[in-house]
Design a protein around this ligand. Structure first.
Ligand code: NAP
Length: 310
């Protein structure tokens, strides 16, 4: 397979990059401001991640492209319609990261309501001697509303149940076999929960699914947790609601223009800000890498793909 050209369009873990290098003729997009035509003609696979994939222009520039394999479960950076149209296969890394992202969601909820990050800073700054830390908010028993009761949403629900949290959700279709309460729109869900979790894919329909109306429905005692994608949230509205006290707080793993984070958030106490690390453990990133490698191998050996999307 050494003669097969693979284009890496995003930084991935060293293990994946090294394995790709061993198996294929690897091109790194950042080494080629302009990809020479002979290289473009040899590239049969693109490997991307949550921040870079394959748009229509890239697909157009690679006439021999057969497969786009994403080192992520979200595929919002891939032009799926163009791939379908051109018969280009698409794979992602579902399931292997579900537990990690769900664990981190609960971590965000606890950190936000119990102010764990501020507590840590308070102790490090030597402030404990001056008096006790101010009281925080209880997490157990809070109603958790989930947008997108899929793999990650279900795993968040299961974990939150362990904290005696009633669970409700919104998705395009009601899950008939689910024991959780369904709301047919996001505003109703937000009005009826304390903590709203975004766990759906980013699509045209879910862009800014968290808007002013939803934020106001969640209210000054409500908390937003975003472990989906930054563009799910109208960030300007979120910042203004947090500043005005119209929203209780937000735990964010993802941002609209990441890695750029609105500086207004840095001074707020009622936010927890993470650098998109939902799946970021050694174990899970390795499992994701093995899925990318397995999908490419299956494709080039003419075998069924492990996790086909298109
Ligand atoms: P999944 O199993 O496909 O679940 C997605 C859920 O979203 C489904 O229940 C689906 O239900 C619902 N949904 C789809 N379109 C919707 C819409 N327009 N409105 C409301 N709900 C909608 O996906 P997953 O594996 O749980 O992953 C979910 C997302 O999490 C990924 O797409 C990715 O963006 C994000 N993610 C983030 C990180 C991170 O590091 N922060 C890591 C992994 C994944 P219906 O079809 O019934 O609507």
């Amino acid at each position: 397979m050494e003669s097969i050209g693979v284009l890496l369009v995003a930084q991935v873990i060293p293990y994946l990059e090294q394995e790709l290098e061993k198996r294929y003729k690897l091109f790194r997009v950042w080494e080629y401001p302009q990809l020479p035509i002979e290289h473009a003609n040899s590239i049969r696979a693109v490997v991307g991640n949550a921040s870079a994939g394959a748009n229509a222009a890239l697909i157009e520039a690679l006439p021999k492209l057969e497969i786009v394999s994403s080192f992520s479960v979200g595929v919002d950076m891939i032009d799926l319609d163009t791939c379908k149209e051109k018969g280009i296969r698409v794979t992602n890394t579902p399931d292997v990261l579900t537990e990690e992202v769900a664990d981190l969601s609960i971590g965000l909820m606890l950190a936000l309501l119990r102010r764990i990050c501020q507590c840590d800073r308070y102790v490090r700054a030597g402030n404990w001697k001056k008096g006790d830390f101010k009281l925080t908010t209880k997490f157990s028993g809070k109603t958790v509303g989930i947008i997108g009761l899929g793999r990650i949403g279900e795993a968040v629900a299961k974990r939150a149940e362990g904290f005696n949290c009633p669970i409700c959700y919104y998705s395009r279709t009601e899950k008939r076999d689910s024991k959780y309460k369904y709301y047919p729109n996001v505003v109703e869900l937000a009005s009826n929960c304390d903590i709203l979790v975004v766990a759906c894919p980013l699509t045209k329909e879910t862009h800014h699914i968290i808007n002013r109306e939803v934020i106001n429905a969640l209210g000054p005692k409500g908390y937003l947790i975003n472990i989906g994608r930054g563009k799910h949230v109208d960030e300007a509205e979120l910042v203004s609601a947090l500043q005005d006290g119209r929203l209780g707080g937000a735990g964010l793993d993802v941002f609209e223009n990441e890695p750029v984070v609105p500086e207004e958030l840095f001074g707020l106490e009622n936010v927890v800000l993470l650098p998109h690390v939902g799946s970021g453990t050694i174990e899970t990133r390795h499992a994701m890498a093995d899925l990318v490698l397995g999908n490419l191998e299956a494709h080039f050996l003419g075998k069924p793909l492990l996790t086909p999307l298109v």
